[in-house]
Design a protein around this ligand. Sequence first.
Ligand code: 0X9
Ligand code: CA
Ligand code: CA
Ligand code: ZN
Length: 319
Amino acid sequence: DFPSGYTGYHNYQEMVAELNQTVRDHPDLVKLSSIGKSYEGRDLWLLKISDNPGADEAEPEVLFTCNQHAREHLTVEMCLRIIKQYTDGYATTPAIKNLVDNREIWIVTSVNPDGAEYDIASGSFRAWRKNRQGSGTDPNRNWGYKWGCCGGSSGSPTSDTYRGPSAFSAPETQRVRDFVNGRVVGGVQQIKSHIDWHTFSELILWPYGYTTADTAPGLDATQQSAFSTLGRRMGSLNGYTPEQSSDLYITDGSVNDWMWFQHKIWSYTFEMYPRSASGTSGFYPRDTQIAPQTARNDSAVELFLTYSDCVPRIIGRTC
Ligand code: 0X9
Ligand code: CA
Ligand code: CA
Ligand code: ZN
């Protein structure tokens, strides 16, 4: 389990308990389901937050995913924070109610529960990143757009950025892919925007990751401008640095590139606290950082949800 100094973090069982408690507290606002199982057979839980959550209403849908990378435990807390804000806040905060009533918010609190549990199983952190299939696949190099194209992943199974033997070879990315593909209703993708939460470096990143070019097939200058404008606006709220993801380094097979190219979902990566650290210590902030570092993103998340129906609206365009 989590070592001393970290017991405020949720392990898998505690995360599931929290999701079930949310269902008991707010049955009129949330619906909990599983999108399928991880490699080791853990359920990948999906919470929907909206008014009339049992109905598929004609409201823009938004997706948050957390914990693709095992050791990035703070991101699970971020998804749980969003859940708390948009359920407990519903009755008391008009802006929250307005967003919940006019969006369908999907949250996968842990995309990689096997890796996260492995990271803490011995009682001291293993600095584990990948899933637990064989020597481990990096989920964020396993997505199916430009998979393995460009030197932004490894073909070596022992590498921390191993892309897997084929695109979507990891059950975890398959399950999220199938859920997202399933949100195409009547030929129209219902999910309009997405944030994938990571740690660390305090960054807001947008596509593409596979190329350093600002525009590329499927991403024109107007779209790039909308991505960067919303990215910069969110960065001014949480103090993170906004940039194209390839400005950090080239990645291929990342979730953002697939979400954008395949579905035109406005897909960002947020890299949370801390800004810098030595070695892998940055993945392990004490639990006293959970409250401040998740609350820090409240206003950026609210702005994101506000524009999530039509991100180009932020540059005066219509959708
Ligand atoms: O390398 C990653 O997958 C992410 N950084 S992390 O330290 N959390 O591993 C960055 C992903 C950048 N996103 C894209 N290239 N789309
Ligand atoms: Ca609704
Ligand atoms: Ca809907
Ligand atoms: Zn990560």
